[in-house]
Design a protein around this ligand. Structure first.
Ligand SMILES: CC(C)(COP(=O)(O)OP(=O)(O)OC[C@H]1O[C@@H](n2cnc3c(N)ncnc32)[C@H](O)[C@@H]1OP(=O)(O)O)[C@@H](O)C(=O)NCCC(=O)NCCS
Length: 190
C-alpha cells in the first residue's frame, strides 16, 4: 500500500551514522522533519483525525489532550530527545509524530512513542518516522530503543515486529508488552 504514494522525505536532522538496521528503503509521501514549537498549531487538526482508540493506544488514556500537554509535546530538549513530525508535502498538515527520549541510567536506552493520523495509516508513515528516530538516536546517546505497547494493540505489535523489534511481556504489568531493538544489530526488516 505504501508504494501507492510518491516518495518525498526532507530530513532536517544533523548528520548521523546511517540507519543501521531498521531501514526499509521505502518512502512515504510525507516529509519527515524535526517537531518544532510552532507545530503546536497543527495539533488540533491532527488530533481531530485520530480515533479515540488510537489516542488510547498512544497515550494509554482516552482523554483528549489539553493545550498544555500539546505545548509540552512540541517543546523538548534536543540533547535528550528526538521528536519528529511527518507532514503533508502539499499543505504542511501534520500526519504523524514520533518521539524518542533518553532514559536515565547506565544503559544507553531511549523510549519511543509514535502516532499516525488514523486516516493516514498504512502508507509507510509510521515506518519512516521510526527510521528517523533511529537515525537520530545516536545524537542523544541512545543505542537501544524501547517502547511500551498495550497488549491489546495488535496493530502496533505487528508493526514493531515488522521493523525488527523483539517483543516481551512487561514483567511489571500484564497489560503491557515491551518492544526493544538494539541499533546496529543486523535485523531483517522486510
Ligand atoms: C502503529 C502505527 C504507528 C503504524 O503506523 P503506519 O503508518 O500505519 O504503519 P506503516 O504503514 O509504516 O506500516 C509498516 C509495516 O508495519 C506493519 N503494520 C502496520 N500496521 C499494521 C497493522 N495494523 N496490522 C498488521 N501489520 C501492520 C505492516 O507490515 C506494514 O508494512 P506494509 O505496509 O508493507 O504492510 C499506527 O497504526 C498508529 O499510529 N497506531 C495508533 C497509535 C499507536 O498504537 N501507537 C503506539 C504507541 S507506542
Amino acid at each position: 500500500m505504501a508504494g501507492s504514494v510518491a516518495a518525498h522525505i526532507g530530513w532536517e536532522m544533523p548528520a548521523t551514522p546511517p540507519l543501521p538496521s531498521l531501514a526499509s528503503g521505502r518512502l512515504p509521501a510525507a516529509r519527515i522533519r524535526r517537531l518544532r514549537p510552532e507545530d503546536e498549531r497543527l495539533y488540533p487538526d491532527f488530533l481531530a483525525h485520530v480515533s479515540a482508540e488510537d489516542r488510547r493506544f498512544r497515550f494509554f488514556s482516552a482523554a483528549e489532550l489539553t493545550p498544555h500537554q500539546i505545548s509540552r509535546f512540541t517543546r523538548y530538549d534536543p540533547a535528550s530527545a528526538v521528536a519528529l513530525a511527518a507532514v503533508s508535502p502539499d499543505d504542511g498538515a501534520l500526519w504523524g509524530v514520533a518521539r524518542l527520549h533518553r532514559l536515565d541510567g547506565p544503559v544507553r536506552e531511549g523510549e519511543f512513542a509514535v502516532l499516525v493520523r488514523t486516516d493516514m495509516k498504512g502508507h509507510g508513515i509510521g515506518r519512516a518516522l521510526m527510521e528517523g528516530l533511529c537515525r537520530g538516536a545516536p545524537t542523544i546517546g541512545v543505542e537501544r530503543v524501547v517502547g511500551l505497547i498495550l497488549s491489546e494493540n495488535a496493530g502496533m505489535m505487528a508493526f514493531a515486529r515488522e521493523l525488527g523489534f523483539d517483543l516481551t511481556q512487561d514483567p511489571a504489568d500484564p497489560n503491557l508488552v515491551r518492544a526493544s531493538a538494539r541499533l546496529g544489530e543486523n535485523r531483517q526488516a522486510a
